[in-house]
Structure formats: C-alpha cells, structure tokens
Design a protein around this ligand. Structure first.
Ligand SMILES: Nc1ncnc2c1ncn2[C@@H]1O[C@H](COP(=O)(O)OP(=O)(O)OP(=O)(O)O)[C@@H](O)[C@H]1O
Length: 509
C-alpha cells in the first residue's frame, strides 16, 4: 500500500502547490536543453518536504524525460556516482530516451564515507549532455562548497499554510475523511511549510481514527521538530555508516533527547526482532556514555554516544525498509511536557507512587511507564496498582486519556463491588457466630440460675441445641413484635375515632 505522500505526489507541475516562479524557471531551463543548449545543472535548495524532488519528477513527466535517481540513503562515493549516473549523464541518448538525472540531498554527501563523491560529480557535470537536478537543504554546507560554481541555485521557500491546507482538503475529500476545515488548518499550521509532514500527520491521525481538533492541537511543532524527523528518517533508513553519523549534524537537540526519539521509533521501522534487539543493544551502550557525561561532566563522551545511537542503530538492520513509517514523538516526553496543570497532576501522581514504593520521583517516573504498559497489556493488574497508589479519577484521565482510564475505572468499580459483597457476606457470617455465642452464654446463665451449675460444668452445648434456642428466641421476638404492632394499631384507631367529628346526620343514623 502506498503512503499518502507517494499516492498524492503530484505527477505534473500544474499540481505542485505554490512555487510558481520556480516552476517557470524550471520550464525555461528544460526547454533550453530541448533546444540543444547546455545550461548549468540546477541546485534546488529549500527546507525538507517543500517539494524539491517532486518538482524534479513533475518536470520530467511533463516533458517526457525518464528519471535516473541517486538518493540520500544510497552510497555516494566516487565509484557509486560514476556507476549510477555517470553514463546516463554523459551519453547523448540511450535508445532515443531522454534522461533527467536527480541527486537528492547532495549536502549530505560526506567527505569521509563518500570519498571523492563531490569531485566525481563535478567531473560528470563538466561532461554532462543530459539535464541534472540536485537538491539540498543547505546550499552552503561545507561538503558541497566546491560544487557551487558549476550549478545554478534556485531557492525554494516553505510551502504557504494556505496551499498546504488546500492539498490536505483535497486528500481528505478523496479519502472520504470526516474532518473539519479548522482541524485541517491546524495540521497545516503545525507543519511549518513542510507539506510532507502535513500529509504524514493527516494519514497517521486518520489511521488512529482520531481526527479531532483537540488531538491535532497536540501535534509536535515541526518548526522545532523538523530536523529530528529528518534525522530519524536517515538513521532508520540508511545502511550506510557515514550517512548515519552525519544525520544529526543539523539537529538542534542534545543526545539525551535524541536517544529517546530513536528508541521510540526503532520498533516502528525495524521488522525483525533481532534487528530491534541489536539496535537497543547499541542504544543501551550509548546511554551508558550519556550517564558518564552527566556524572563526570565530560562532554567528550557525547561523541561515542552519538556514533552508537546513529551508526550502531542504522547498521543493526539487515537491509533498508522501503516502506513509509509514521514516526512519532517519544511518549516519555509527553509525560514530561504537558501543560502546567497536567504537570502538577503528574507530580502529584509521582509523589503518591514515590511514597508507596519509598522511591524518588525519578524512579517513580519509571514505574509510571510500567503502569502505562500494564494498563494496555494487563488492565486488571494495572487497576489494582491504580487502587494501591490511590490515583484518583481525574488524575487517571489526565495520565492515560479518556478511553484507557474509563476501562481501568470500570474494572476498579467491578472489583470494589465484588469486594463489598464479599465483606457483607463475611459480616453476616460473623453476626451469626456472635448470636450463637450470645445464646450459649444465655443458656449457661439460665442453667446456673436453675441451680444446675454442677451439671453445667463440662456440659457441651450442641449446635442443634443452639439452633433450636435461636429459633425459639426468634419466634418469641416475632410474637412480641406482632403483639406490639397489633397494640399500636388499636391505639391508633382509638386516637383516630377520638378526633373524628361526626355530622349531625351521621350521628342520628
Ligand atoms: N509543493 C508541493 N505540492 C504538492 N505536494 C507536495 C509539495 N511539496 C511536497 N509535497 C508532498 O510531500 C512529499 C514529499 O515532497 P518532496 O520529496 O518533494 O520534498 P523535498 O523538498 O524533496 O524534501 P527533502 O528535502 O526531505 O528531500 C511529496 O511526495 C508530496 O506528496
């Protein structure tokens, strides 16, 4: 099944949202090739997900070119570049076909791992007979500085929120989604000009079955998170050491934050248990170095931690997964970055857990994560813990959301009902035993009064005797009660008659 990003990738320039001037420039450029001129290759520069690759493909499609692509997840050293694009770029025509060469994210070509990649590219450009489009997020990355004199740079802006909204609206209609305009606009706003992220968000929300405005409001802000999503994609997709180690270059987050993102998303991307296990082995090693950074304040250890969490994780898979994966925000941060009110609730819960388990809030946070897993996997045990930690209804809702918390509350209610029924049964039983004891005492007392004390000594009162006496006692009580009721009725009638005023007619009747 195609992801929506692929399914709705525009096939023609007219369907690409925004970038009107860029489209015109590209048309003029390719037409000059068709006229036999030899203009410089184009370097499309712009933020992730704004449509650079899409523009290249749409242009090729509109003008009948076949695309030869070397993308960021592949090796891009000199021999790889020569092998994949060299021949196609430099030969005038193969079987009468026209070729457009596309090289994605050239700013990610690493000096070390992709040794000779950029200089090979320059060699190819110099001899090229076919059009070449390169894409980059940052035209001034040191890795491609030597390339700049040989290309024409076209700068792309992030896609405007209105254009993103229109694309989302079209997709929602085609997919038959029940979602209102306000929600779609909110998704568009959150994407900060990254149309790919906006489409991915819409698809992930539609899959989860929750397209409510409230949920959409909680989406991570891509302005801050854009780089981390890109880095994740590179780390989890590539099988190349060099690409993985440079993935974090533009990420403005510390390794202790990044490791959580990777840990959250490894199981989403990797399909084999061994691959996940290997990746987590590397993450735990990385975590050990992060611990040393904290303990010794030696930030030199960050280097080892990041290599382990990027290249280690990347090389843990046997091969690249060519599928679309909706990466997500680490759950642990959701617990930490709630609103002030929610944070207060969270702190209260952590305090309660800490008090019961005699641990710190930090450790309690860990227990809370276990509780969240249990709530999904074994809600019966989780409900017992919720009861034990004395977590209240509103706290539970703030913690686990409406659905999960009502499930736990229902279980708790049932458990409490069963418990109170059991208690009632036991109380009844205790009461009966008490009654028995009382009667026994009464019998002994009576027998003593009858001066049969000596005979009573060692006298064992049988259960049947007690039962008989209880029955007698109950009959006596019943008779007494009935007598009292009769007398009360009589008394009431008397009072009633006394107060009744008779008419003169009635009196003489
Ligand atoms: N301007 C646009 N119009 C319509 N769809 C777009 C546009 N930009 C992006 N998309 C959608 O987002 C997807 C990703 O876009 P694309 O791969 O072209 O982004 P990019 O700028 O090359 O990103 P990156 O820098 O990460 O390679 C496309 O498949 C398409 O569905």
């Amino acid at each position: 099944m195609l992801s929506w990003v692929e399914k709705y990738r525009p096939r023609s320039l007219k369907d690409v949202a925004g970038h009107e001037k860029v489209k015109e420039k590209l048309k003029t450029w390719i037409e000059s090739y068709l006229k036999g001129e030899n203009p410089k290759p184009i370097l499309l520069v712009g933020p992730p997900g704004c449509g650079k690759t899409t523009l290249a493909y749409a242009l090729a499609n509109d003008y009948g070119f076949e695309v030869i692509e070397l993308n960021a997840s592949d090796k891009r050293n000199s021999s790889a570049i020569k092998k994949v694009v060299g021949h196609a770029a430099t030969s005038s025509s193969i079987f009468g076909k026209k070729f457009l060469i596309v090289l994605d994210e050239v700013d990610g070509i690493s000096g070390k791992e992709d040794a000779g990649g950029v200089s090979e590219l320059i060699k190819i450009i110099k001899k090229a007979k076919n059009p070449i489009i390169l894409t980059a997020n940052d035209a001034y990355a040191t890795s491609i500085r030597s390339l700049l004199p040989y290309v024409e740079i076209i700068q792309l802006n992030p896609v405007h929120t209105n254009s993103i909204y229109k694309v989302l609206k079209k997709i929602a209609q085609k997919e038959g989604l029940d979602v209102d305009d306000k929600t779609l606009k909110m998704i568009a706003q959150h994407s900060a000009g990254d149309l790919r992220s906006a489409i991915n968000d819409l698809e992930a929300l539609a899959l989860s079955g929750d397209l409510s405005y409230e949920t959409v409001q909680k989406l991570p802000d891509r302005k801050r998170e854009a780089n981390i999503f890109d880095a994740l994609r590179v780390i989890l997709k590539t099988t190349h050491y060099g690409i993985a180690t440079t993935a974090l270059m533009n990420v403005d987050e510390t390794p202790d934050v990044i490791i959580e993102w990777i840990a959250e998303n490894v199981p989403k991307e990797y399909e084999k248990a061994e691959e996940v296990a290997r990746a987590f082995e590397y993450l735990s090693k990385a975590d050990r170095y992060l611990g040393r950074v904290m303990k010794r304040q030696n930030y030199g250890f960050w280097k080892y931690a990041t290599t382990l969490m990027t290249a280690g994780v990347a090389l843990s898979k046997d091969e690249k997964y060519r599928k679309w994966t909706p990466y997500s925000y680490p759950k642990i941060f959701r617990l930490l970055t709630k609103t002030k009110a929610e944070r207060e609730i969270l702190n209260k819960i952590l305090k309660k857990i800490g008090e019961k388990t005699h641990t710190s809030s930090k450790r309690a946070r860990f227990d809370l994560q276990i509780l969240e897993i249990l709530a999904k996997e074994n809600p019966y045990i989780a409900a017992d813990l919720v009861d034990y930690f004395e977590i209240k209804e509103d706290e539970l809702k703030a913690l686990f959301g409406e659905r999960l918390s009502s499930k736990l509350l229902k279980i708790l209610k049932e458990k409490k009902k069963k418990k109170s029924e059991k208690n009632k049964r036991e109380d009844k039983k205790d009461k009966k035993n008490e009654d028995k004891k009382e009667v026994k005492k009464e019998i002994i007392k009576k027998k003593k009064e009858d001066k049969k004390v000596e005979e009573v000594k060692g006298y064992e009162i049988s259960d049947t005797e007690v039962k008989k006496d209880i029955k007698n006692l109950e009959t006596q009580k019943q008779v007494k009660k009935e007598k009292e009721i009769k007398e009360k009725k009589k008394e009431d009638k008397k009072k009633e008659n006394k107060g009744k005023q008779l008419t003169l007619d009635a009196f003489f009747k």
